[in-house]
Design a protein around this ligand. Structure first.
Ligand code: SF4
Length: 114
């Protein structure tokens, strides 16, 4: 069985926090969309579609979307997360993201009510 976490994965720290209780991987669609300058307006399927051309079947709007620019933005996102994950792994004394999976002993409950 493979467990995939989804929802609220916005940073590399969120990814690590999903892995610690046992997730083997995570869906990070929203962070990727925001990296492409999606403003989360929710109009993807309304009218002609996304005014930014991100999610549109309208060829005029789709032409606004520069695939080369978008690819570089995603590469930048994954690179930044990779740097952060390496820092997290070093802080935990681990050498791979797979070693995070199921390490509930590394989780600590922080009580903000005090
Ligand atoms: S319409 Fe475009 S900017 Fe708005 S949520 Fe959809 S993809 Fe994002």
């Amino acid at each position: 069985m493979t467990l995939i976490a989804s929802g609220g994965i916005r940073t590399a720290h969120d990814l690590a926090k999903a892995d610690l209780p046992g997730a083997d991987g995570a869906v990070i669609g929203t962070a990727e969309m925001v990296a492409l300058e999606c403003v989360r307006c929710g109009n993807c399927e309304s009218g002609r579609g996304c005014a930014r051309g991100i999610a549109s079947t309208d060829s005029e709007l789709a032409d606004l979307f520069d695939e080369e620019w978008a690819t570089q933005r995603l590469v930048n996102l994954y690179h930044a997360w990779n740097v952060q994950l390496v820092e997290i792994l070093q802080q935990c004394g681990l050498s791979s993201v797979k070693e995070l999976v199921g390490r509930t002993d590394l989780l600590e409950h922080v009580d903000y009510s005090r």
